[in-house]
Design a protein around this ligand. Structure first.
Ligand code: ADP
Ligand code: MG
Length: 561
């Protein structure tokens, strides 16, 4: 099929374009970063495919990105000689959004410009950001390996539809021509473009070229291209030479995120295994953090050559929010997802990268507690999956957890287990906790009375996952955890011998009453006992030592079991 066809954008794309065109973006120049980022991805993909099919390079292995402009025509062009797109690919990739959860995301949009622009910043708009500055976008592309006659011309004004037609395109790769809006003419300017490229794309490991400008001199007849970025992959450079801003820009490219990361860790490992890793903690949870098929994992390079995105094998699931790059010298270039499943190299890298990630979080918690509190709000729930998944690092993960407690009336999850242990009273050798549905529900629980009286702190756990978490967390710093809502609460050394004797005397005394209550309640309860944990309330319902906790009961009941 060569003739022109007009197709409609996917509904989600239409909605995004609407937002884009009404320019929720205050920072319009980011469109260039997006288009350069795509061109760099396309070059990475070509380099990788060419490993097994050298013919794809078509005798032109010098990959580069070229940015040019025509101030008279008011156009801006981004040209790459990467993998390119076939007609079908152009239709699929530039007409729909493949990301899972797009619908969910769009439903969150409120119509409030400020809120929405933040959300959309998280979502990342990639190619469609071209419409922030252009009222028409033309894409000319040919996929590596296809004949010149199988090029494609994609064109749209961003208004719900796009045209595609087949064209002749002898050069492999993609050329994107932006017809700038009248009020965006400023972008057709060499000095401005160089500035934007330096600012956002210096870290791209591929030359980004512009035509050399000759001011006042005699311009040579032939145009000369010069490289305007540094063009060496960021992680290959020494740490000391990389600025924070460069680390942040690289993160945005690698993670397809628009917000700054909270922390990063850049390491070169030498010895038995050789690899470089650059790991990041994002600033916010993606909207699809809990989608089963949401993207996760690191970008994998082998000896500087891009091999795959979303290599999930290098980190456990509970660290699925960590982003970054790993560049290995030990893996083979034709490594596949299957090969990555396991093996001594992968196992050893995974355990080292897990440890690095946990160390990075530990450092963040220690050095910047307020930022860590923000991190905890976004990702704490995921980290709570850790003790169950990663037995070996249980203690380390436990140190990163934050809980609400009777020590802090705000109900904020601000207490670490180390804080708790530091405040334990004399004779206390257990960590006490209470679970429930909400802070309001647990904070005045009668279970807490005896603890309040003795001045003992109790952790208040009200996340759905907490009870399950506590099933895997048996100890911290040598102290075991005790659910204060359970059966015989043994306060150990916290109770004096006289206390105990007095309690036993009372219990004996009240045996007749206990028997009467027992026969009245019958099958509804397992046992009735005289309690010493109450100071104000007359009675309390406790859970047996071996029984399911309340949250688990509710979860099971809700699921019909
Ligand atoms: P993302 O980069 O997050 O995948 P984009 O909206 O930026 O999302 O791009 C959508 C898709 O369009 C890319 O995944 C890619 O398949 C395709 N694409 C965009 N630009 C190019 C390009 N220069 N060369 C080849 N394919 C491209
Ligand atoms: Mg992109």
């Amino acid at each position: 099929q060569t003739q022109k066809e007009t197709l409609g954008f996917q509904t989600e794309v239409k909605q995004l374009l609407q937002l884009m065109i009404h320019s929720l973006y205050s920072n319009k120049e980011i469109f260039l970063r997006e288009l350069i980022s795509n061109a760099a991805d396309a070059s990475d993909k070509l380099r990788f495919e060419a490993l097994t099919q050298p013919a794809l390079l078509e005798n032109d292995g010098d990959l580069r990105i070229r940015v040019s402009f025509d101030a008279t025509a008011n156009t801006l062009t981004i040209d790459d000689n990467g993998i390119g797109m076939s007609r079908d690919e152009a239709i699929a990739h530039l007409g729909t959004i493949a990301k899972s959860g797009t619908g969910d995301f769009l439903r969150q949009l409120s119509g409030d410009q400020k809120k929405d622009s933040q959300l959309i910043g998280q979502f990342g708009v990639g190619f469609y950001s071209a419409f922030i500055v252009a009222d028409q976008v033309d894409v000319y592309s040919r996929r590596a390996g296809l004949p010149a006659s199988e090029g494609v011309h994609w064109s749209s004004r961003g208004e719900g539809e796009f045209d595609v037609e087949s064209i002749d395109k002898p050069e492999r790769g993609t050329r994107i021509v932006l017809h700038l809006k009248d009020d965006q003419r400023d972008f057709a300017d060499g000095w401005r473009l160089r500035g934007i490229i330096k600012k956002y794309s210096d870290h791209i490991g591929l030359p980004i070229q512009m035509v050399k400008e000759h001011h006042g001199e005699d311009a040579p007849a032939e145009i000369e291209w010069e490289t305007v970025n540094r063009a060496s992959a960021l992680w290959t450079r020494p740490r000391t030479e990389i600025t924070d801003a460069e680390y942040q820009e690289f993160y945005k490219h690698a993670a397809h995120d628009h917000q700054d990361p909270l922390a990063w860790s850049h390491n070169k490992v030498e010895g038995k295994l050789e690899y470089t890793s650059l790991l990041y903690v994002p600033g916010h949870a993606p909207f699809d953090l809990y989608h089963r098929d949401a993207p996760k994992g690191l970008k994998l390079y082998v000896q500087r050559v891009f091999v795959m995105d979303q290599a999930e094998q290098f980190l456990p699931l509970y660290l699925r929010f960590i982003k970054g790059v790993v560049d290995s010298n030990d893996l083979s270039l034709n490594v596949s997802r299957e090969i990555l499943q396991s093996g001594p190299v992968i196992d050893s890298m995974k355990s080292a990268l897990t440890k690095r990630s946990l160390d990075m979080l530990e450092k963040l918690a220690k050095d910047k507690p307020e930022i860590y509190a923000g991190f905890w709000k976004q990702f704490g729930q995921v980290l709570k999956e850790g003790p169950a998944e990663d037995f070996n690092n249980r203690e380390k993960i436990a140190g990163l957890l934050r809980f609400a407690s009777t020590h802090d009336a705000s109900g904020e999850p601000s207490v670490s287990l180390a804080d708790y242990v530091g405040r334990m009273i004399e004779g206390q050798d257990k960590i006490y906790f209470l679970t429930g549905d909400s802070h309001t529900q647990v904070k005045d629980s009668p279970h807490l009375e005896v603890f309040r009286k003795k001045g003992i702190e109790v952790l208040l756990l009200t996340d759905r996952i907490d009870e399950w978490l506590m099933g895997y967390l048996t100890e911290f710093d040598g102290k075991s955890f005790v659910d204060v809502a359970r059966g015989d609460l043994d306060l150990g050394a916290l109770e004096s011998a006289e206390d105990k004797q007095a309690q036993e005397a009372v219990a004996k005394d009240k045996q007749a009453l206990v028997d009467r209550i027992k026969s009245a309640l019958g099958e509804d309860v397992a046992d009735v006992r005289v309690s010493h944990r109450l100071t104000d309330s007359p009675a309390i319902l406790a859970i047996g030592e071996q029984d399911l906790g309340l949250q688990m009961r509710q979860i099971l009941e809700a699921s019909g079991q």
